[in-house]
Structures are given as structure tokens and as C-alpha cells.
Design a protein around this ligand. Structure first.
Ligand SMILES: [Zn+2]
Length: 65
């Protein structure tokens, strides 16, 4: 079962940014497709939160309820 990701504090590093852009699995970071929509991850700059539509590899997509 995939635990909801914590809200990420900005700025994030480059690999994390790839995940937020949906270019890599939000859970394990693989760029091997097919990557499937996997809801949203959230970042904060200390004031507001920003939601990012993220993707997951089939292994982690299937792990979601
Ligand atoms: Zn994955």
C-alpha cells in the first residue's frame, strides 16, 4: 500500500523535480514506462501548497487502493 507522500519543502532537487513533472515514478523514481497517472503530490514554499499531477510505474500504480 502506497503511503501518501509528505508535503515537500521547496526548493526540491532535480530528481525530485522530475518526479513532480511526471517524468519519473513518484514512488521509486524509475523513468521506464509506461508511467500512469497517480494523483497529486504537494510542495510548499512555507506559505501555500502547490499540487502536482504525478505519475507512477505499473508496480506502484497497482499498489494504490
Ligand atoms: Zn515505481
Amino acid at each position: 500500500m502506497l503511503v501518501p507522500a509528505p508535503v515537500l519543502q521547496l526548493p526540491v532537487d532535480a530528481p525530485t523535480l522530475d518526479r513532480l513533472h511526471g517524468d519519473a515514478c513518484i514512488n521509486c523514481g524509475t523513468e521506464d514506462g509506461p508511467l500512469l497517472p497517480a494523483g497529486h503530490a504537494y510542495t510548499t514554499d512555507g506559505e501555500g501548497q502547490l499540487g502536482w499531477p504525478v505519475a507512477a510505474c505499473p508496480d506502484h500504480r497497482e499498489a494504490r487502493p
